[in-house]
Design a protein around this ligand. Structure first.
Ligand code: ADP
Length: 187
């Protein structure tokens, strides 16, 4: 199973990814989490991306694609993978197509979460209080939404046209949303 999980910031992608990854025994690959690890470990890449993330801007495509390419060619992805937070731009979607073509595999499904804006903001502010993620402040949250709407949301049409987009109602509890995903994936 090779899948993408898409949706605006705060839609619950990370939470649901972890569950799906366990259910299907495939690695969950989150570009945001990979970047946060680099920042925490004070790597060279971490130094490049930390200020960008603080502002809610996107890390340059070339940097993100190189990191993802490296991750997708590791052996644990052989049974499949779940990408969370990638692709976020048309260029990244094109790069992903090329990487997958080289590996001679296809995407099976793209999950997209629909959640109303007010709920998203409430969830993120709550997460800010619990996890203390430095990009979960009001100004950065607003910018991340703008970036999502301008750069990432248009990608949904691409996957819809390919017939692999599955839209999930992301409102309700974690378990309710998870049950909807499992139901949708049966089809
Ligand atoms: P969220 O979906 O809540 O915005 P993520 O953890 O997916 O959180 O991303 C956090 C930040 O990491 C983004 O705002 C961006 O700066 C950076 N980032 C993550 N994935 C990408 C990507 N595919 N391309 C560029 N930047 C990315």
């Amino acid at each position: 199973m090779r899948m993408l999980i898409m949706g605006p910031p705060g839609a619950g992608k990370g939470t649901q990814s972890k569950k799906i990854s366990q259910d299907f025994g495939i690695p969950e690959i989150s570009t945001g989490a990979l970047f946060r690890t680099h920042v925490a470990n004070q790597t060279e890449l971490g130094a490049i991306v930390s200020a960008i993330m603080e502002k809610g801007e996107l890390v340059p495509d070339a940097v993100t694609v190189a990191m993802l390419d490296d991750r997708l060619t590791q052996p644990d992805t052989a049974p499949g993978f779940l990408l969370d937070g990638f692709p976020r731009t048309v260029a990244q979607a094109d790069a992903l197509d090329q990487i997958l073509a080289t590996l001679d595999v296809d995407l099976d499904v793209v999950l997209s979460f629909n959640v109303d804006q007010e709920t998203l903001i409430q969830r993120m502010l709550k997460r800010a209080a619990i996890e203390g993620r430095s990009d979960d402040n009001e100004e950065t949250i607003r910018r991340r939404f703008e970036v999502y709407t301008a750069q990432t949301e248009p990608l949904l049409a691409l996957y819809r046209d390919r017939g692999i987009l599955v839209e999930i109602d992301g409102m309700g509890t974690v378990d309710e949303v998870h049950a909807r995903i499992m139901e949708a994936l049966k089809k």
